[in-house]
Design a protein. Structure first.
Length: 438
């Protein structure tokens, strides 16, 4: 079972990073954010009362003066972090009172149906902890709790209560080993058309009675004798009533589906090209260890070289951070290449479940060493002693070395490329961790 996730959200300068540093085992982030997309969230390991969990710091958002630039980024980081988390810690500044940005974050937090702890930080003096505290009730996210991230006061009680919210630890009781696939993408790209194609049924799109389909419905299909679960087919069909909510709804629903899937089929409207939102969703899938196959749908409408070039340009621009994502040009309408979709998904799932041979990994390391590729700084030189796979689905690799701090993004990317050249890893993210070998 994956570890519970706690997201720490709030506007800049309220003390999120200070709090995360107090709670996390180390300042070292677990996963480097996928390059070129965002550095605004970092993930850290933590434990309390014997429960391991992951804490997300959204403290990387630099404070930009202009409201126009700043509000959307706060909203987005808060949204993404909340979506990923099991428990949300919403931090406000007890020294300044409620601001517009706090309200902005509160709106996001209120929409997510998860336990929320409202932390009024910078209450350094317990004697004054009640001062102004109750004003924060107005945010509508529950009872404000005083805390001092820099002094530590209040953090133990907070952690007790957070851990109490975690789901019971289960035995490895996977429902079944059935491959789960999520079909995700922006509204109107053709998700439901594709789902119907894959299900091999020309089902008409039933308009759901309001309120009856809040819960996800999965569809199990058969492919070459293999059962495959299409996650949340209800979410693909249900359209939001409110126009401005459609994008939001589809994003949230998509992220929830990704959480339950091994592989996501990221459907893109080829006539529009790969958008920033598609890039975000791909990035989220990578963060969650979900495999990805990208589908350029409505290819029947791409009838000129110019249109083809435009789609391909948007693809290489937006997906440059993960060149291992395979793509297929399809048409859910005509059926063009849709028979290749499940084959690609199954292949990505196999790559994702792979056990890489330790001996082969270390042969590769030896070659890299002989090639003289390493990092050095101020007279110190990175030496990687050995590598093993420490996790699967997706493959997680640990590199034991003398000085993990010397590893930078470039070097990490270099290692990832070399590993991908050597092993068949199309369609799956991989995790790499550089650890101190004493
Ligand atoms: P973030 O942008 O929300 O991650 O905020 P930081 O963690 O970077 O903190 C912003 C500023 O508030 C820093 O100068 C911190 O030292 C300060 N700060 C954080 N927590 C506390 C606290 O509990 N008490 C006081 N007095 N200052 C704090
Ligand atoms: P969803 O909102 O992502 O589930 O998208 P739908 O499956 O409801 O499709 C949105 C619209 O795009 C509908 O009018 C479909 O008929 C149309 N559509 C879907 N796939 C294709 C395709 O491959 N080619 C063309 N030309 N239209 C498509």
């Amino acid at each position: 079972m994956s570890k519970p996730i706690v997201a720490v959200v709030g506007r800049p300068n309220v003390g999120k990073s200070t709090l995360v540093n107090r709670i996390a085992v180390s300042r070292e982030a677990i996963v480097h954010e996928s390059r070129g997309v965002t550095r605004d969230r970092s993930y850290h390991e933590a434990d309390w009362n014997g429960r391991d969990f992951v804490i997300i710091d959204t403290g990387g958002i630099e404070s930009v003066k202009s409201q126009d630039v700043f509000a959307p980024r706060i909203r987005e980081q808060a949204l993404l972090a909340c979506q990923e988390a099991d428990v949300i810690v919403f931090v406000v500044d007890g020294a300044t009172g409620i601001t517009d940005e706090d309200e902005e974050v509160a709106r996001i937090v209120r929409r997510v149906d998860k336990p929320v702890f409202l932390i009024v930080n910078k209450k350094d003096d317990p004697a004054n902890e009640q001062d102004g505290l109750w004003d924060f009730y107005a945010l509508g996210v529950g009872e404000p709790r005083p805390l001092s991230a820099s002094h530590g006061y209040g953090t133990g009680d907070l952690l007790d209560d957070i851990v109490a919210c975690f789901p019971e630890e289960e035995e490895a009781n996977e429902e079944e080993d059935m491959l789960s696939i999520a079909i995700v993408g922006r509204p109107n790209v053709g998700k439901s058309s594709l789902a119907n194609r894959l299900a091999n049924k020309k089902r008409s799109i039933v308009s759901d009675v309001a309120g009856t389909t809040r819960d996800a419905i999965d569809t199990v299909i058969q492919w070459k004798g293999m059962p495959i679960k299409l996650v949340d087919t209800a979410g693909m069909r249900k359209k939001s009533q409110v126009h401005e909510d459609i994008e939001y709804y589809s994003l949230v629903r998509g992220l929830q589906a990704i959480d339950r899937a091994d592989i996501c089929l990221l459907v893109v409207d080829a006539t529009v090209g790969v958008t920033e939102q598609d890039q975000k969703v791909a990035n989220m899938a990578v963060d969650r260890g979900c495999g990805i196959v990208l589908l350029l749908n409505k290819w029947d409408l791409i009838d000129s070289q110019q249109k083809r070039d435009e789609v391909m340009a948007s693809l290489s621009k937006r997906m440059a951070f993960a060149p291992w994502i395979p793509f297929i040009n399809i048409s859910a309408l005509t059926g063009r290449a849709t028979d290749k979709v499940l084959a690609a998904a199954v292949k990505a799932a196999e790559a994702r479940a792979q056990q890489l041979k330790t001996s082969e990994l270390n042969n590769l390391l030896a070659e890299i060493r002989e090639g003289g590729h390493t990092r050095s700084e101020k007279g110190r030189r990175l030496k990687i002693q050995y590598c093993t796979q420490t996790g699967s689905k997706p493959p997680a690799l640990s590199f034991w070395c003398n000085a993990p701090d010397l590893v930078d993004d470039n070097f990490e990317r270099f290692m990832e490329n070399r590993i991908r050249d050597r092993f068949e890893l199309t369609g799956t993210p991989i995790r790499m961790r550089f650890r101190q070998k004493n």
